[in-house]
Design a protein around this ligand. Structure first.
Ligand code: KG4
Ligand code: ZN
Length: 338
């Protein structure tokens, strides 16, 4: 018998997680299986695209079966397939897309290609059942740093973007320099808790007055130069202090710009999305400052901050509501804009 709830299968393979989720009625997770390749890529200090594609291919069918078993559904119960079509690594994206198209064709299930960044924002719809656009969103991930105005489901205007490194990328590079390994974001988050955030005063880069753009490469280089000069002097680096000081410098700018945008645009909500939204100091700093200004901040569960199939299923569900279906000509768009 056909399941009475609307069932979406979300497929995410844009980087180094193979993730398949089953989501009911757009916002209820029945399963969200994430097979991470971190243990493989950490040996190389970062994601190796060819290796990522190969592992997606090896894993994807097993992950699909696991997700359906956990959700206690059969493939014939699936009403819609949502798949990430960009931005991301082209070879990695293609594995998800080819799989989605094959199932869609064989089982005659509607198909929708999803923008990965819209997926990240949509993770919040899962945690906050009452949340609806419009709202201001802060996107902080390994590939993006943006302040956007979300006008409607899947419809966003970009107010600001990074001009060089994404914030997650800066975290990962700094982590490597202070010997923490990949992925560095969660490691910096952890060790910074025991560090002194005033130990080193790294550059806060605000760019032009009223600009919502970001630049993190100067701060990152500042950390690099500091570490090198300390080493040359024969001094030991206190990794926890460097980590805490670095993240305070970048997070202060992010928080101030997001709040500034919310106040100027008269928005009383900031919806945070992307891997760096899991960061505990960002949560503390933004919550603290937003409260004093009467702004409510929304955060996805930590598991839904980083790449996962559930956020893709949710984004696809709302595209379906607007009749925005894809067909079998769906392709990978590695540089897809927000
Ligand atoms: O959103 P995401 O999973 O992938 C992209 O779409 O890019 O973000 C991954 C990024 C990585 O750079 C990772 O180091 C960072 O998010 N990240 C964190 C934390 N957890 C993940 N950065 C800081 N603190 C964290 N707790
Ligand atoms: Zn992502």
């Amino acid at each position: 018998m056909k399941n009475k709830r609307h069932i979406t299968m979300g497929i995410e393979t844009s980087c180094d997680e193979t993730s398949i989720a089953i989501v009911a009625d757009g916002r209820d997770i029945l399963s969200n299986v994430i097979s991470s390749q971190i243990d493989i890529h950490k040996n190389f200090g970062g994601v190796v695209p060819e290796i990522a594609s190969r592992h997606h291919l090896e894993n994807i069918n097993g992950v699909i079966n696991e997700a359906m078993a956990e959700a206690e559904i059969e493939i014939d119960d699936v009403d819609l397939i949502g798949v990430t079509c960009g931005p991301g690594l082209v070879g990695a994206l293609l594995i998800g897309i080819a799989t989605a198209k094959a199932i869609s064709f064989a089982k005659d299930i509607p198909l929708i290609g999803v923008n990965h960044m819209h997926g990240h924002v949509s993770a919040n719809y899962i945690n906050y059942k009452e949340l609806e656009p419009p709202f201001l969103s802060l996107i902080v991930s390994g590939g993006h740093t943006n302040i956007v105005m979300v006008n409607d489901y899947g419809d966003m205007d970009v107010l600001g973007s990074t001009r060089d490194d994404a914030v997650g990328e800066a975290y990962d590079k700094v982590a490597r320099v202070i010997g923490l390994g990949y992925p560095g974001g969660p490691k910096i988050d952890e060790i910074a808790k025991a560090g002194n955030k005033e130990a080193v005063s790294f550059k806060r880069v605000y760019l032009e007055k009223d600009s919502y753009d970001f630049s993190f490469s100067g701060t990152k280089t500042g950390v690099l130069n500091f570490v090198n000069s300390e080493k040359q002097k024969g001094n030991d680096i206190i990794a926890a202090d460097v980590a805490a000081s670095f993240q305070e410098a970048v997070l202060e700018v992010i928080v101030n710009k997001a709040l500034d945008a919310a106040l100027k645009l008269k928005q009383d909500k900031i919806v945070v999305a992307g891997g760096v939204a899991a960061n505990s100091r960002l949560r503390e700093l933004l919550n603290e400052k937003a409260t004093t200004k009467g702004i409510k901040v929304y955060w996805p569960d930590k598991l839904l901050c980083t790449d996962n199939g559930a956020m893709i299923a949710t984004a696809a569900y709302y595209k379906m509501k607007k009749g925005e279906f894809s067909d079998l000509s769906l392709d990978a768009y590695p540089g897809l804009d927000i």
